[in-house]
Write a protein that binds this ligand. Structure first.
Ligand code: SF4
Length: 215
């Protein structure tokens, strides 16, 4: 029989997020960007790739393609050559060029600022759209749920959701909206520093007294 999932209360969840925000005061988006479109490109490249690698590639990319129109009109092979080190380079190159086309053709060359429109871009789902809205437009519509947030939410006992959308909705119910834009950043850092997959450092963890330690 599988182990019973142990869940946090709303009060305990608030304590957890407060402790983590205090622990990781400098937590912020790990991707470098200067414009909404440069964040769109960085997020597409970041799928299953490190922020460090993406941050090495985006300056090279934008040195070659200076505007969204340059990207829209790019030869796909030139894009592939640059983004190759980020992995899944054919899909990522395609998503970047298609997104540039959609932005130019459907949004007058301006990256849209709503969840509905952002998720019309190629390679941009709710997680990335949440990050773009928060980082570029100071709009908090949801919680960016990535692999770190998914893993830690289960482990700590915040959500046992089966999809990222289910997890996002459960977290939204648990946490006051004022915390929503901090959750992704602090969970990513906590997942790297202490709650490391398969070898968590529970004896050094600031939420060890409250964590459900689900497997
Ligand atoms: S107590 Fe252990 S399992 Fe729980 S969050 Fe901390 S490191 Fe992760």
């Amino acid at each position: 029989m599988s182990k019973k999932y142990k869940k946090q209360t709303k009060k305990q969840s608030e304590e957890i997020v407060k402790i983590l925000i205090d622990e990781y005061k400098d937590a912020k988006c790990g991707l470098d960007f200067t414009t909404p479109f440069s964040l769109v490109v960085a997020l597409i490249l970041a799928a299953q790739c490190t922020d460090k690698r993406v941050n090495e590639i985006t300056p090279i990319f934008f040195k070659k393609f200076k505007t969204i129109e340059d990207v829209k009109n790019a030869d796909i092979n030139d894009v592939i050559k640059i983004v190759r080190p980020c992995g899944f380079y054919k899909n990522k190159a395609h998503s970047i060029v298609e997104s540039a086309k959609i932005i130019c053709d459907d949004f007058n060359g301006i990256v849209p600022d709503t969840m509905e429109d952002l998720t019309k871009l190629c390679g941009i789902g709710r997680k990335s759209a949440n990050i773009i809205l928060q980082e570029c437009f100071s709009k908090v519509e949801g919680i960016a749920v990535d692999t770190h947030v998914t893993r830690l939410s289960r482990k700590i006992g915040l959500s046992n959701g089966k999809t990222q959308f289910e997890i996002e909705k459960e977290l939204q119910n648990l946490f006051d909206k004022k915390y929503w834009n901090r959750i992704n950043h602090v969970f990513v850092l906590h997942g790297r520093a202490k709650c490391i997959a398969n070898r968590p450092k529970c004896d050094e963890c600031p939420i060890a007294h409250i964590c459900k330690k689900n497997d």
